[in-house]
Design a protein around this ligand. Structure first.
Ligand code: LHQ
Length: 262
């Protein structure tokens, strides 16, 4: 049983599944949901948790509609920058620091900071009826929660600018064409497809998968030669892992590898 109220955390065969669970608000990020999301990620990250992959999805008809706009009221002196630094950045930084692959299963709208969370995953799988929305400009805000970093890197500057400035919905099929998502599947297949990908990753060579994440994150700001050096260091570590020995043995013995994650 999940001890959380605004999300559901389940762990199955090394795969942690977080379901954002405020469907009546399209899973908007309330203070409570942000606190619980951070606590859930920390629980997953704990050594000995047994978790080797994470999948994030939403309950109901949305993935996440971004910041909860109904909470807190409006006044000109409120500091949204501080709100970001104190409550959003820890979630995004801990998510990106996880030593395991992350999948988002986008079951409906992913708007504002909800879109940022969705596209920070390694693999983004979208339901055919899902859509992405840089909602910020529609309420006079700027893209945040990592959007200005991640989005242009995924879909290019021209498309990112248009999404951010026009605040229009990007349907799943177009998101696929633009390279924002890994794949689009029929709505009723989304969860089963994401679970199957998640379980496959959770039984993979976790150390290598985690290094792939880190190498790709570092490559955004590295020179070619720095990246070659980083690859060599990561390969030295991976090459000494039990999973690499198992992978090579399994290849030679013409059988499926049984990776243990170390
Ligand atoms: C919501 C929300 C929501 C509360 C739907 N909050 N109730 C910002 C500020 C501060 C610091 C840091 O960072 C940020 C980052 C951000 O994320 S800013 C962007 C915030 N998000 C938005 O601006 C999106 C607002 N929502 C919408 O534009 C629409 O709801 C979308 C396009 C997501 C979905 O439209 P519909 O499918 O037509 O659904 P709906 O609008 O009828 O929503 C259903 C209910 O959910 C409704 O409540 P009600 O009581 O009328 O049934 C909405 O009020 C509620 N809801 N999003 N973000």
């Amino acid at each position: 049983m999940s001890e959380f109220k605004t999300l559901i955390l389940e762990i199955e065969d090394g795969l942690a599944i977080i379901r954002l669970n405020r469907p009546e608000r399209l899973n908007a990020l309330s203070v409570a949901l942000k606190q619980e999301l951070l606590a859930a990620i920390r629980q997953i990250a704990k050594p000995g948790s047994g978790v080797r992959a994470l999948m994030i999805t939403g309950e109901g008809r949305a993935f996440c509609s971004g910041a909860d706009l109904a909470e807190g009221g409006m006044s000109a002196d409120r500091d949204m920058g501080a709100n970001l630094i104190e409550t959003y950045h820890p979630i995004l930084l801990e998510l990106v620091a996880l030593d395991m692959p992350v999948i988002s299963a986008v079951n409906g709208v992913a708007a504002g900071a909800g879109m940022s969370i969705a596209i920070s995953a390694d693999i983004v799988l979208a339901a055919r009826s899902a859509y992405f929305l840089q909602a910020f400009v529609n309420i006079g805000l700027v893209p945040d929660a990592g959007s200005t970093y991640i989005l242009p890197r995924l879909i290019g500057s021209a498309r990112a600018r248009s999404m951010m400035m026009l605040g229009e919905r990007l349907p799943a099929d177009k998101a696929l064409e633009w390279g924002l998502v890994y794949d689009v599947v029929d709505d009723d297949k989304l969860v089963s497809e994401a679970l199957s990908l998640g379980k496959r990753l959770a039984s993979g060579p976790t150390m290598a998968l985690s290094s792939i994440r880190k190498l790709l994150a570092d490559s955004e700001n590295s020179s070619y030669s720095e990246q070659l050096t980083a690859e060599a260091a990561a390969q030295r570590k991976a090459g000494r892992s039990e999973d690499c020995i198992e992978g090579v043995m399994a290849f030679i013995e013409k059988r499926e590898a049984r990776f243990k994650g170390h």
